[in-house]
Design a protein around this ligand. Structure first.
Ligand code: SF4
Ligand code: SF4
Length: 342
């Protein structure tokens, strides 16, 4: 395992680290096993967020006797000082810890949100107060927007920026990575698998780790097998297998940038539409074939029928996807696919 220091913080992290969204789907005991597998494989940096359901409490449960072995990171998506303080206190109690190593402003992607968190009475104020009180050690920020990322990097307020970058979407490599490097800001890479679109760790991880400016990547890990594979492939930074690269390039051209990354930031939907499940259905078809579609088409159609185009989800999607439109297009494509199979 290779460890890298943040350029402007006393944090030395394993270059491949642990994204804790998927442990939501595990029991406490199941999550503990995955987290311990990661720890025993040399992973020492664990990233979660207030918004990831019970992920924080599962980390707290798993790490209750191993807190001093890890660097813990979490996030708040709240924008005001008061709300951010409330969330931080909840994070501390859920993770059963006296301090969090890195607390981040989560998903700041519009000018309005940026100005709110950075301004007087904004969430950054709470984080600075908490840092003075020793409740957090360092402050970071996460964003899906390049311009906001650069503003944050230049502000001098953060030790790290978390951004998406992977084989399918590498826009952040052009300006954000060089800016981070110039200002000594650590880059935490989210979504190295493009939200599951890239299925092979052997492709995804060597690709992102080939960028020297990426300090650490945090693929989500749900099983011990995934931990072992990720750790194994993170050390293979050589050439990517050309046949698989060609396949990925083809997929990249086919889907462009309009695809769902399964982050579920768009939830909750007032009509309980399982948005990411529907938008990712073609992946199920590709992987599991016609029988998967036969078993799932009815449920997908019911989901799409339940969408009344209220648009509640639209401002929540960090990728600005036109969700109602994509839902309808998806069900149309699936019906066509099912028809062709008959
Ligand atoms: S537009 Fe459709 S999917 Fe989006 S929140 Fe409204 S009902 Fe749910
Ligand atoms: S539609 Fe957007 S917000 Fe919802 S899961 Fe997909 S990428 Fe995430």
């Amino acid at each position: 395992m290779r460890y890298v220091e943040f350029p402007s913080a006393e944090l030395k992290v394993s270059r491949i680290s642990f994204g804790a969204i998927p442990i939501r789907a595990r029991t406490n005991e199941g999550a503990r096993e995955v987290i311990h597998e990661a720890l025993d494989s040399g992973i020492n940096f664990f990233d979660t967020a207030r918004g990831y359901d019970d992920s924080e409490s599962k980390l707290g449960y798993a790490l209750r006797q191993r807190r001093n072995e890890v660097i813990l990171a979490s996030k708040t998506a709240k924008r005001s000082r008061e709300e951010a303080w409330d969330e931080l206190k909840t994070s501390l109690s859920q993770m059963k810890t006296d301090y969090i190593d890195l607390y981040q402003l989560h998903n700041v992607r519009t000018d309005e949100a940026y100005e709110e968190v950075m301004g007087s009475g904004g969430a950054l104020q709470a984080l600075k107060e908490a840092r003075e009180q020793g409740l957090i050690r360092y402050i970071g920020i996460t964003s899906h927007d390049e311009e906001i990322s650069i503003r944050a990097i230049r502000s001098g307020e953060f030790v790290s920026i978390m951004v998406p970058l992977n084989f399918m979407e590498d826009d952040f490599a052009d300006e954000v990575l060089p800016a981070a490097r110039q200002h000594d800001i650590a880059v935490i890479n989210m979504k190295p698998f493009a939200g599951g679109m890239i299925e092979h760790a052997a492709l995804a991880l060597p690709y992102v780790l080939s960028f020297d400016a990426i300090t650490v990547t945090i693929p989500g890990m749900r099983t011990q097998k995934e931990v072992r594979e990720n750790v194994q492939f993170a050390s293979h930074c050589g050439n990517l297998p050309s046949k698989k690269v060609r396949k990925l390039q083809q997929l990249k051209e086919e889907i462009g940038s309009e695809f769902c990354r399964s982050c579920d930031y768009c939830q909750p939907c007032p009509n309980e539409v399982e948005i990411s499940r529907v938008l990712r259905a073609m992946r199920g078809v590709r992987r599991l074939g016609a029988s998967w579609l036969e078993d799932n088409l009815d449920r997908i159609e019911k989901n799409v029928d339940a969408c009344d185009e209220c648009e509640t989800c639209l401002p929540r999607c960090p990728y600005d996807l036109d969700i109602p439109l994509l839902l309808r297009e998806q069900v149309r494509a699936l019906r066509q696919h099912a028809g062709e199979q008959k």
